[in-house]
Design a binder for this molecule. Sequence first.
Ligand SMILES: *Cc1c(COP(=O)(O)O)cnc(C)c1O
Length: 394
Amino acid sequence: MTRDWNRRTKLVHGGTRRSQYGEVSEAIFLTQGFVYDSAEAAEARFLSAGADEFIYARYGNPTVAMFEDRIAALEGAEDAFATASGMAAVNGALTAMLKAGDHVVSSRALFGSCLYILEEVLTRYGVEVSFVDGADMDQWRAAIRPDTKAVFFESLSNPTLELVDIKSVSELAHAVGATVIVDNVFATPVYSNAIAQGADVVVYSATKHIDGQGRVLGGVILGTREFIRKTVEPYMKHTGGAMSPFTAWVLLKGLETIDLRVRAQAASAQAIAEALEGAEGLARVIYPGLASHPQHDLATAQMGAGGTLLALDLAGGQEAAFRFLNAIEIGVISNNLGDAKTILTHPATTTHQRLPDDQKAALGIGPGLVRLSVGLEDTDDLIADLTGALAKAG
Ligand SMILES: *Cc1c(COP(=O)(O)O)cnc(C)c1O
């Protein structure tokens, strides 16, 4: 039904299920279970439940189903399964399809908890994982083997904003029949064409741009109907990573405005990157929308924009970075991203604090690096705030 609509229409109306009351805003079905008209009806539903027939909220719920259908329509995926957090989505997508003896190739520059799942959890259960530098196609080519079962990467890495070429890596993976799973959080659903570019499965932390206002934790796994219903659903529904109906409702409201929000944030990020590039005290401004980004052409082709995040490398190291952060007046120091509020993070001492120094260095996470998630404030105010804080940082 939503197939022929353009994006903004899908984001407002996709997946809507109205109750008999004809409510305008989506209803929150805050119920764990459902009543059957008869014993026979209960038996029939347990045998085979239709798309609008629910059994138990851990398996599915009407509000959650609205969210799943709406984001699947946006992403161009056949189906989706909503999860309690982004990590439940990453863990679910990988664990649901892998078994002992399988081989996985993953980029090394990963969100800390993603790295934990690949490096600690999967290997504990006998899955072999090879790590590569995601920006280096030769390393992907060398690591993907005839028996590789899955390939995993973040299409835009945290916090140094390196891209993985979705199309080229997917071609290599598909040549050996491997499933391509992309964590697309930094690219955002607005600038994602991951499925069209070859990804089989896309996962999101909905906590980030999909909520976009820092309220809830959520996630989603998108893929073919076969993968979602035959592989993901049985694993997720029996292991308990289901999304709460209240969270699904918040995220449905988030999807209504995501295109407007993320485009405004990306336009602001581009203007900020251009204003800050070459500023005194900054060794480097890393932003895929700048011509100086080593993968600028790939970013333009793959995302069509530079995204909502920048990395600023302060020449004066950690002391300058801390002075800069402490002098910021509008942005907040926190570790979420994709929020309406501009958020600044010092990865080396927070999100990546526990990483050994050699690994931090390998990932480009130096002591002067600050991650900037651009919010919805006025762009000129943000530029004034950032340049003022830079001057104070010395
Ligand atoms: C935040 C994040 C996650 C985890 O999401 P949660 O909702 O916090 O569980 C996974 N991958 C990336 C790239 C993220 O930024």
